[in-house]
Design a protein around this ligand. Structure first.
Ligand SMILES: Nc1ncnc2c1ncn2[C@@H]1O[C@H](COP(=O)(O)OP(=O)(O)OC[C@H]2O[C@@H]([n+]3cccc(C(=O)O)c3)[C@H](O)[C@@H]2O)[C@@H](O)[C@H]1O
Ligand SMILES: Nc1ncnc2c1ncn2[C@@H]1O[C@H](COP(=O)(O)OP(=O)(O)OP(=O)(O)O)[C@@H](O)[C@H]1O
Ligand SMILES: [Mg+2]
Length: 265
């Protein structure tokens, strides 16, 4: 892919879609990871630094100090307004309010964190008249590897058509610091979580696998071409199918058959 042209298309996309929506600014959750760093760089290029608010939302018990420093560095380099809001308080309140909550529910607790972050980003979008920039990439979106209405609850997905490996290429091109590009991708939702461990496959391989599937190769052929294990093949294919619902608006029960012809006027 011509990564410079892709950058131009994404920057124009942010500019045009915010204009269409009648807003001048954007809010970006900046984690200290590469996806949000790249999104922040591209959003600043599109809208200007005075129109971008970066918010770091650590959970102080869990978020590595390195991430706090990296998020701050991104904001300083870009010269954007930046806030750090600890989500530990709201998280504890939710846990106390939910009678069946428990520390052992890593998965539900992790998704709750992503949804608390989403709520705070929208609070700022509401009071400032701005849009929430998503940071999802093509790999995450195809796999459904995000929290529905959490990090997936956004207004635009500027880098949503870039595979993770292309995100790295573009981040390098726009000048995201190398230590952020080289850091192991992590959702940071529970202790020790990394994307590649949870997915059971490296981003290099899964991107090539997804590319072959989109070109029409069967999962079996793509598995053979790339030397994947049957378990890796099945796990990726199963994620794609299981999470298809995340790509669509929630369906409504269809009641057209109960209505008279007046509805077609
Ligand atoms: N067929 C269907 N049609 C409509 N809705 C359906 C459904 N199947 C499940 N659902 C609903 O979806 C829910 C499951 O989806 P969801 O709540 O999202 O949860 P789920 O997909 O199970 O978990 C989220 C995954 O994304 C990962 N993640 C999250 C956040 C950030 C990142 C990152 O990379 O930074 C990664 C996280 O580690 C985890 O593996 C179900 O509880 C149910 O409510
Ligand atoms: N501590 C955090 N502070 C602010 N936003 C966060 C935080 N953790 C997650 N997010 C939001 O959720 C998004 C999804 O997380 P994800 O881990 O996929 O992206 P990333 O951290 O930017 O990059 P990487 O995948 O390399 O870790 C982030 O890009 C960011 O917008
Ligand atoms: Mg991350």
């Amino acid at each position: 892919m011509d990564i410079e042209k892709a950058r131009d298309i994404i920057v124009d996309f942010i500019r045009e879609r915010t204009k269409e929506a009648g807003v001048k600014g954007a809010v970006v959750g900046i984690s200290g990871g590469i996806d949000s760093a790249l999104t922040a760089y591209l959003t600043v290029e599109a809208l200007g630094k005075e129109n971008v608010l970066g918010i770091h939302l650590p959970e102080l018990k869990l978020t590595p100090a390195e991430d706090v420093l990296d998020a701050t560095e991104i904001a300083e380099r870009l010269g954007i307004e930046f806030k750090t809001i600890d989500i530990s308080g709201p998280l504890v309140s939710y846990m106390e309010a939910i009678p069946d909550s428990g520390q052992s529910f890593n998965h539900a607790n992790g998704n709750l964190k992503a949804r608390i972050r989403m709520s705070i980003l929208y609070y700022y979008a509401n009071i400032m008249g701005r849009m929430v920039m998503g940071t999802g990439n093509k790999t995450e979106i195809l796999l459904g590897y995000f929290t529905k209405y959490g990090d997936g609850g956004v207004d635009l997905e500027p880098i949503g058509d870039l595979y993770k490996t292309e995100v790295r290429e573009m981040a390098n091109m726009v000048g995201v610091p190398a230590d952020i590009i080289d850091k192991a991708p992590s959702a940071g939702l529970w202790e020790g979580q990394t994307d590649e461990d949870e997915l059971g496959i490296s981003y290099e391989l899964v991107d090539r696998f997804l590319g072959l599937l989109l070109e029409g190769e069967s999962p079996q052929m793509a598995q053979n071409t790339l030397g994947l294990t049957a378990q890796q093949r099945d796990s990726v294919v199963s994620r794609i199918h299981t999470n298809l619902h995340k790509q669509k608006a929630p369906p409504a029960a269809d009641l057209d058959s109960l209505r008279g012809s007046y509805i077609t006027v």
